[in-house]
Design a protein. Structure first.
Lengths: 246, 205
């Protein structure tokens, strides 16, 4: 018998991550045996935290400037595809949300003219395209995968999204959430993916953009919104760099 | 500038001393946070002991790494520009010879190598130029894995994303190997550490 959800370790991951975050500067500064930074003014955790955050925001700006909307990620052929493709989430594989495709409706909100929800059949009726690209994880590993679906730019235009807005945000069935900048959302290789190797990688709908790290590719998407207010993200709010471009 | 005939007793220019210590700080941050990043997805069959890493967890380590990279790169550029323009590199590192370096190492092992203040021996010259190149390779391979799409030509030059990760690792390993010897000698050979702060050779010989 499976233990109730709340007793499984994965249910505590967010708390563990928060705890880890609180520890990161203390540990980071004690450095074990090397007291490199002791004696410097860097004793105040908050000051270092703020400095690192400021640098991370600065790196967001640099990456936005470095982003070339016309530059395509390298593509590969089917023989290069990594099998099995690594599963990665803030929870374990057995805890993926199970979504009924029949009753599924993609919700839209924010700066969007037509907020009518979309069924999977309606999404499939839109022009589909496919890509084989490398997914690079923030942890360092990479894997080549194949994804097929609707060009995100086409979808955003279709729903009358305000393309001058700053952010596109995603709310997912697995309680994950994330957001990307509009230029990356409009990149020709940014895909609202409907087809991928296995349901566990985000059925029925996920975002696939090879111009950002893996964690910026939310799975099990339930709602998409367009906004000018910084929406953050699950990992981003814990300290990972927001832009995280490739 | 070599020998007692020189009027000036400044053996390390201020610019070199400042950029050297800023670089030392930046390298320490980069290496120790880099080890924590490595541990998130180890390339080889080992991990770095957590107590010897910086950042506490992956996001913290990445934050340190991507902050200190600016210090490393800008300080390094300033040092390179100064070294090339002022003639410091030509004066201090030239002529350079692997053969001479090898001979010096043999002399040093027999305890016969003199450390003349203000003049690098052949082994030092090769090591310093070598570590400068290793830092450059570390920065380029770092850029290649940071931006494999925007800087894809650079990534391809490194042999692709996965190869670039390994290049980055071995550049780090080279720097760390240099540091073990470099710091070992700096603290054990008499009268060379203080001048790297003050710029002045200690007692006249
Ligand atoms: C705690 C760390 C370090 C100590 C104690 C130290 C010490 C020294 C000393 C004493 C010298 C002068 C040697 C002499 O006069 O013969 C020197 C020069 C040098 N060190 Fe370091 N060092 C450290 C870290 C580093 C690092 C991290 C790097 C590079 C990755 C580095 C690269 C160099 C170079 C290239 C020179 C020659 C500088 C020039 O004349 O342009 N050092 N170091």
């Amino acid at each position: 018998m499976k233990p109730p959800r709340s007793e499984r370790l994965s249910a505590f991951r967010p708390q563990i991550a928060r705890l880890e975050r609180r520890l990161f500067l203390k540990q980071g500064l004690s450095l074990g045996a090397l007291s490199l930074l002791s004696g410097c003014t860097l004793k105040d955790d908050d000051a270092v935290d703020r400095l690192l955050m400021t640098m991370s925001r600065f790196n967001d700006k640099i990456q936005a400037a470095l982003f070339d909307p016309a530059k395509l990620a390298p593509t590969y052929s089917e023989v290069d595809v990594t099998t099995p493709f690594p599963f990665n989430a803030y929870y374990e594989e057995k805890d993926i949300p199970l979504i009924d495709g029949e009753s599924y409706r993609l919700q839209l909100s924010g700066l969007v003219a037509d907020k009518r929800p979309w069924s999977l059949d309606e999404l499939r009726a839109l022009p589909q395209s496919s890509q084989i690209t490398r997914l690079v994880c923030v942890e360092g590993w990479s894997a080549i995968g194949q994804w097929r679906g609707v060009a995100f730019r086409h979808f955003l235009e279709r729903i009358g999204a305000d393309l001058t807005a700053r952010y596109v945000g995603f709310k997912c069935a697995d309680k994950y959430y994330s957001s990307i900048d509009m230029p990356s959302a409009l990149h020709p290789q940014t895909l609202l993916a409907l087809d991928f190797t296995d349901a566990k990688y985000g059925y029925p709908l996920r975002l696939r953009l090879p111009t950002k790290l893996g964690f910026k590719n939310p799975k099990f998407i339930g709602e998409i919104f367009v906004t000018n207010d910084y929406p953050g993200g699950y990992w981003e709010d814990k300290g990972y760099n927001w832009f995280s471009g490739s | 500038m070599v020998g007692g005939a020189d009027k000036s007793r400044t053996i390390h220019p201020l610019f070199v001393r400042v950029t050297h210590w800023v670089n030392a700080f930046a390298i320490f941050v980069m290496v120790l946070s880099g080890w924590r990043i490595y541990n998130a997805s180890p390339l080889f069959g080992f991990e770095f002991p957590k107590d010897f890493t910086l950042g506490g967890w992956l996001a913290g380590a990445l934050a340190w790494h991507f902050a200190a990279m600016w210090l490393l790169a800008l300080n390094g550029l300033a040092y390179l520009a100064y070294g090339l323009v002022s003639g410091h590199f030509r004066r201090s590192f030239m002529p350079i010879s692997l053969r001479g370096a090898f001979d010096d190492v043999l002399l040093a092992m027999r305890g016969l190598l003199d450390h003349a203040p203000g003049r690098y021996n052949a082994a030092q010259r090769v090591c310093y130029v070598g570590v400068i190149l290793a830092v450059i390779v570390a920065i380029l391979s770092g850029l290649a894995i940071w931006k494999p799409v925007q800087l894809q030509t650079l990534t391809a030059l490194m042999g692709g994303y996965e190869a670039a990760r390994r290049v980055h690792f071995f550049a780090m390993a080279t720097i760390v190997a240099f540091l073990v010897v470099h710091i070992g000698l700096a603290v054990s050979v008499k009268g060379i550490l203080a001048p790297m702060f003050t710029g002045r050779a200690e007692a006249p010989r």
